[in-house]
Design a protein around this ligand. Structure first.
Ligand code: CAA
Length: 264
């Protein structure tokens, strides 16, 4: 068994399965810049390793898979920094994971919100524990999903349900996610990793080469310019008073007071 530990990410290889655990439990595994860079390296390393046939990604602790992009890190960014945040994140992590040739299973062990749900959406297969809660809360912060969520959520569960989740910013539970097809299996939290490992073993019975071709073929049907629009509008949201108010309210642990009479 090989093990490599970064500051915020744990990596382990066991029986041809690469395990990535996002490890910032005190911040509910929120994705800051450093964690995204480490995840890029970890995914890249496992994908290139001939001993790894499937990758399982999960969050550390019992509460969260990932509670989103790190709000405290980006709350003072301007438009250009916002656009770059989305573009860099997509390049290093979300597009990157979606286009890996090794199948990636997201084992969603708790909150998967914002960038956390977006990481699960970029993964090839999603399994959730029964306590998991999933959502895209960005509009409650005065911003929009910027790591592909506006595109991939609609691709996976359909435009109607995606629009409801994005505009309401509400979370759904694991059973609803199963019903929506957002995840394909739900199990008890204590069984989550074993359930993901069982799935990985099933995938391993098949041709790795053919799976790599299949991932490419499936993805090729979904490459639309909506991703570019998302990056531009994510950046634009950073120029608004609502973004300042929404992120400040989060840090101050109060409800935001948006100026909803402003011109759109
Ligand atoms: N960014 C930064 N810090 C976060 C965080 C995030 N996304 N989510 C949680 N944390 C931090 C909290 O600030 C808190 O830190 P301190 O103890 O230092 O104050 C710690 O994690 C524990 O969180 P809570 O005390 O809030 O835990 P809770 O049980 O009361 O609530 C929660 C849990 C409902 C998940 C709540 O933490 C929450 O709403 N988090 C934010 C979710 C969110 O809005 N995610 C979207 C981020 S924006 C995004 O992802 C943009 C994009 O698409 C690119």
């Amino acid at each position: 068994m090989n093990t490599k530990a970064y500051k915020n990410v744990l990596v382990e290889i066991s029986n041809k399965i690469g395990f990535i655990t996002i490890n910032r439990p005190k911040q509910l595994n929120a994705l800051n810049k450093e964690t995204i860079e480490e995840l890029h390296e970890a995914f890249d390393g496992l994908n290139l390793d001939c001993n790894v046939r499937v990758i399982i990604v999960t969050g550390s602790g019992e509460k969260a898979f990932v509670a989103g992009a790190d709000i405290k890190e980006f709350m003072n960014f301007d438009e250009q920094q916002g656009r770059e945040l989305a573009a860099k994140g997509q390049e290093l992590l979300f597009d990157f994971v979606e286009n890996l040739t090794t199948p990636v299973i997201a084992a969603i062990n708790g909150f998967a919100l914002g960038g956390g749900l977006e990481l699960a959406l970029a993964s090839h297969i999603r399994i959730a524990s029964s306590n998991a809660k999933m959502g895209l809360p960005e509009v409650s912060l005065g911003v929009i999903p910027g790591y592909g969520g506006t595109q991939r959520l609609a691709q996976i569960i359909g435009k109607g349900r995606a629009m409801d989740m994005v505009l309401s910013a509400e979370m759904i539970d694991a059973e609803t996610a199963l019903q929506y097809g957002l995840v394909t299996q739900v199990c008890q939290q204590e069984d989550l990793i074993q359930t993901a490992v069982d799935k990985a073993r099933k995938l391993m019975r098949n041709s790795t080469q053919a799976q790599a071709f299949a991932i490419k073929a499936v993805n090729s049907g979904y490459q639309k310019n909506g991703f570019e629009t998302e990056k531009q509008l994510f950046g634009k949201a950073f120029t608004t008073q609502d973004f300042k108010e929404g992120t400040t309210a989060f840090v101050e642990r109060r409800k935001p007071n948006f100026n909803n009479t402003a011109i759109k």
